[in-house]
Design a protein around this ligand. Structure first.
Ligand code: B16
Ligand code: MG
Length: 213
């Protein structure tokens, strides 16, 4: 097979939590009277919580102290965690299990590479906490996507060279990160229109397994 491992982004690839991130940020923006919409939210995909806050604050004229920013990011995370409480395996995105089971049957390793610090609780709630060969997430990295750190860490944890890994991403920042790490990348969802992605599919249900040969 062409790849020895596939590294999956989490929010927006494995599970539909990307919409909950939007709703959490929208509520914070409404609290603070800051304009926010889905287009602005697209730029928050894949980037860290504090960097996502900076994207939101671009629409505000105020200057915020570090303490105020930490409070706002924490408040958004509390809103977001309310949604995570009700997260179930039903919110695993279409095609994820079909694709991962195929990979497992071919002896191809699977890992998570996510910027999210909520990764452990999300995987637990969707029943996939011991499903992947390795998990690299926002708790174990310094630089979030588009830096390749999280994907390089995932490759290291599964003992595979970056060039033998294929990444699946829904964010432009994640596509950039994979390429910077020397990996091929499937763009799905928003990233399916990213011209730098090696392969593009609307979602994981549409993946042509021949790309793995
Ligand atoms: P948290 P991914 C990313 O997850 C999200 O796409 C991004 O919108 C979010 O800001 C980031 O995680 C941090 O999430 O606030 O839960 O630590 O797409 O890399 O799986
Ligand atoms: Mg994502």
């Amino acid at each position: 097979m062409k790849y020895k491992a596939v590294i999956f982004d989490l929010d927006g690839v494995v599970v539909s939590t990307d919409n909950y991130h939007y709703q959490g940020w929208k509520r914070l923006a409404d609290d603070e009277n800051i304009y926010f919409d889905r287009k602005i939210n697209e730029r928050q995909r894949g980037v860290s919580r504090m960097e996502s806050l900076d994207v939101l604050l671009e629409k505000s004229d105020k200057i915020y102290t570090t303490e105020q920013k930490i409070e706002m990011a924490t408040r958004k995370n509390e809103y977001y965690k309310e949604f995570l409480k009700d997260l179930t395996p039903d919110e695993i995105l279409p095609g994820v299990l079909k694709f991962t089971e195929f990979l497992k049957s071919k002896g191809i390793k699977i890992a998570i590479g996510s910027s999210s610090k909520n990764t452990p609780s999300i995987l637990k709630n969707i029943g996939l906490d011991s499903y992947f060969d390795a998990v690299a997430d926002g708790n174990s990295i310094k630089n979030s996507k588009p830096d390749p750190e999280v994907f390089l860490l995932a490759a290291k944890l599964i003992n595979e060279a970056p060039e033998d890994c294929l990444v699946v991403e829904d964010a432009d920042a994640g596509v950039e990160a994979a390429i910077a790490g020397g990996m091929d990348v499937i763009g799905v969802g928003t990233a399916s229109s990213n011209k730098n992605a090696t392969y593009s599919f609307a979602d994981l249900n549409c993946v042509d397994f021949n790309i793995l040969k």
